[in-house]
Design a protein around this ligand. Sequence first.
Ligand code: NAP
Ligand code: F7E
Length: 344
Amino acid sequence: MSKRALITGITGQDGSYLAEHLIAQGYQVWGLIRGQANPRKLRISRLASDVTFIDGDLMDQASLVAAVDAVQPDEVYNLGAISFVPMSWQQSELVTEVNAMGVLRMLEAIRMVSGLDKSRGGGGGGGIRFYQASSSEMFGKVTETPQRETTIFHPRSPYGAAKAYGHFITRNYRESFGMYAVSGMLFNHESPRRGAEFVTRKISLAVAQIKLGLQDKLFLGNLDAVRDWGFAGDYVRAMHLMLQQDEPSDYVVGTGRIHSVRDAVRIAFECVDLDWEDYVAIDPTLVRPAEVETLCADSTRARTQLGWEPAVDFRELMAMMVESDLSQASRERDYGDLLSATSW
Ligand code: NAP
Ligand code: F7E
């Protein structure tokens, strides 16, 4: 019998790669889809035609209970979130509702469908295994470098604070009810499917447009910020592995290699033989009210216990993204409005 997986955030970057990965492993995959006529549903259908969609929203407890009950999954991957950090200062209450309370609602849905009694605990989660998409943003103003599973959290945004709640409530359900519930503490991961608002994709899209003479300048915020960037396709393998262990545990996932935003810009422009300093300008309004300056993962536990290794390095990642955006932008230039440079 093939395993059954339910993915929230199916229309996002990670949801698409995870769906492809699980289908390749022989899973039946359901994707939670929110809203009326969600325009991103079509993209997933094109990439992974075997995904079945089920309506639901992390803001709506009853819809999650109904989805878990209908799918009867072996594994639930909670990737749904408002994931753009700056938005969390603009709409902090909404981000907290989705990214923090949404985790609690999904855990409760699993508990209710599994018939777990809150007064007794230790029930084992009815066999449904749960993955929570935690984030390196929880480390924020870091207290040690590199960051590992035991590093103290100091979130620097409402996004990071909400993710910290999701992380702790997942651990709490594991400890209270014996659920197989784990968090992947993932560092930044990117791809040609990354949202256009995130810095790597903003850069690769701009490099493609500039190379083709369609754009003059790229405006960025803090060029000194340092991140541990990896490839999303590698990171979804780690999510799956975390749910296949004998014992549930949380894992840090990253490459252990760091680069600044300035490095990312330089490497991306080098891919098309241009000098970044001729095109990049600073827009102070893009600098964040409280910045996470440097993040670097210590993924020793994931490497030793899961046998996980990243396959794509940073230079290959930026080249992959620039090449994809260049070919998309060339087609858009040639075929006009028929295509969009940000579609995938
Ligand atoms: P993404 O591309 O922004 O996708 C976010 C997904 O969440 C979308 O499918 C979106 O669906 C869904 N969503 C938003 N609000 C929702 C709601 N109320 N109910 C249900 N679904 C909702 O994010 P990603 O890069 O794939 O990241 C996946 C997860 O990992 C997120 O939780 C993110 O916070 C976390 N994370 C990401 C990274 C990274 O570097 N990528 C690192 C650490 C952790 P719609 O199409 O309906 O908007
Ligand atoms: O910013 C700096 C910015 O928006 C990276 C999410 O997936 O990873 C992501 O969060 C850095 C920051 O990602 C611009 O200040 C400079 O220091 O690509 P980003 P993020 O905020 O690190 C974590 C792990 C998640 O969990 C999140 O969901 O780049 N930066 N100039 C800029 N960033 C953006 N977006 N745009 C700029 O113009």
